[in-house]
Design a protein around this ligand. Structure first.
Ligand SMILES: NC(=O)C[C@H](N)C(=O)O
Length: 464
């Protein structure tokens, strides 16, 4: 286990949709606010006591599954047939490369989704068990945990597993709520909702003290969905995602090396061009050109360096003195996201993995994207989700939604530096979110740059 050097961070969402000031009564706002604040605080407390990101995120979502305000667990919406079919998922990653594979709970499978679930009180706990029980240990030796290596499993088969694994079951009446039933009936009659809360999926993203990130998401789906419909919530890359990647780069200057601080893509603190990865690629290309000259194929001999992601370049040859050798920095980034909204649109756009890919493949370049920018590009106003609705935007609910996430970063010297192996330098996570519709219920906690704790609960862009 790496040392506990990260400041925990977390964000919850309680759904996004056509929520407007004029139709949101103060009493309903107060109820959501109180629930979200209390779950935020108890989850934060767990993280501070040393819980893993996975356990903390599952804790938060379990609380929301019991709270009928939210569209998950008790309080789930109904299908056209008047049944409840729930979906949930979890995924983990870590800022530490060795942590994810070897030691982080869930590191083997990384992500798991369950769908078409009935009567399981906490579908999120079923998703957690599905993640942790793999049938094998990290070395591939079979064990008897009763699990398998599948990433997605469906009811009623997954309910059998839930029984075997000792999860709690509840009768239909537990899940039935008047509010959702009325919504179901109004929907069948073709009446419009004043507040389209049926999109109230819940999600939680946590960063723990060890640099572990986890996302947990749970939903009843969309009001009056067709029985058997599978949404984005249990589908990897559509409604949830977590991944980590190295953006290695070399820093070489005449005088030695330059250090680029961890900046989460904040343009106002952008490093100078001489310290960017693009500069490093140029440096390597120049080296290759001078060493191999005409032996290089013409596209490499004459071409400018690529602006896209490249594999880690080989360190320079031994003909260079120690002073002139560049420092090799590894900036490892870990991200996790949870989406909420029209799941069919999230599926069609592979929404959260698209955001992750934007970030991953824009680095290292002279202008790597931050997670905030990628989330906005997908779920912000005018973003990929909204565009995917075409002329149906605003009419069918298509494209509507929001995404929450956390980006964490650690920077290490891995060669040619007196601090090589000194461990990660940056130990904060950055909470991000955006949405393209009236509102998104969300609550978050993080540390600002001065170490001050920020605690917020909001639904609109501005305070209620
Ligand atoms: N409430 C939601 O966010 C709905 C969910 N994304 C779905 O389409 O199943």
């Amino acid at each position: 286990m790496p040392s506990p050097t990260f400041k925990p961070a977390l964000i919850l969402h309680g759904g996004a949709g056509g929520i407007h000031r004029s139709t949101l009564p103060p009493s309903l706002y107060a109820a959501y606010h109180a629930s979200l604040l209390s779950y935020l605080r108890s989850t934060d407390e767990l993280l501070k006591q040393g819980a893993t990101a996975l356990d903390a995120a599952v804790h938060a979502v379990s609380l929301m599954e019991d709270d009928e305000l939210f569209n998950c667990g008790r309080g789930s919406v109904f299908t056209t047939a008047g049944t409840i079919e729930m979906e949930a998922s979890v995924m983990v990653t870590s800022v530490h490369p060795e942590h994810i594979q070897e030691e982080q709970p869930g590191g083997i499978k990384r992500g798991a989704g369950v769908m078409g679930v009935k009567n399981v009180r906490h579908p999120i706990q079923l998703a957690r068990e599905s993640l942790l029980r793999t049938g094998y240990d990290v070395d591939g030796i079979p064990n008897s945990d009763g699990g398998n290596m599948h990433s997605q499993t469906v009811g009623p088969f997954v309910e059998e597993l839930a029984r075997d694994w000792g999860l709690e079951f509840m009768p239909d009446e537990w899940f039935w709520t008047q509010r959702r039933w009325d919504e179901h009936l109004r929907g069948l009659r073709g009446e419009k909702e004043a507040i389209t809360m049926s999109q109230g999926t819940v999600g939680c993203v946590c960063l723990d003290q060890w640099g572990g990130l986890a996302v947990a998401t749970s939903t009843g789906g969309l009001t009056n969905k067709t029985p058997g419909r599978i949404g984005d919530t249990p589908t990897l890359g559509a409604g949830f995602w977590a991944e980590a990647f190295d953006s290695d780069y070399q820093v070489a200057t005449e005088a030695g090396m330059a250090y680029r601080p961890c900046d989460f893509g904040n343009r106002s603190r952008e490093a100078s061009p001489t310290t960017t990865a693009a500069a490093a690629s140029r440096w390597y290309l120049a080296e290759a050109q001078s060493l191999f000259g005409d032996c290089l194929p013409s596209f490499l001999r004459d071409a400018p360096p690529p602006a896209y992601y490249t594999a880690r370049p080989v360190p320079p040859s031994s003909s260079y003195s120690a002073e002139k050798q560049p420092a090799v920095r590894t900036r490892r980034k870990a991200i996790a996201m949870s989406g909420t909204g029209n799941g069919d649109s999230f599926l069609r756009t592979a929404a959260v993995r698209s955001a992750a890919a934007m970030l991953r493949f824009s680095a290292p370049s002279s202008s790597p994207m931050s997670l905030a920018e990628a989330v906005t590009a997908v779920a912000g106003p005018g973003g990929e989700l909204q565009r995917s609705a075409g002329r149906r935007w605003g009419k069918t609910g298509e494209g509507m939604g929001g995404i929450i996430g956390i980006e964490a970063e650690a920077e290490q010297d891995i060669a040619h530096s007196s601090t090589a192996g000194a461990g990660p330098r940056c130990r904060r996570g950055k909470v991000v979110f955006d949405f393209n519709c009236g509102g998104m219920w969300r609550a978050w906690k993080e540390e600002d740059e001065n170490g001050e704790e920020i605690e917020r609960v909001m639904v609109f862009r501005d305070e209620y």
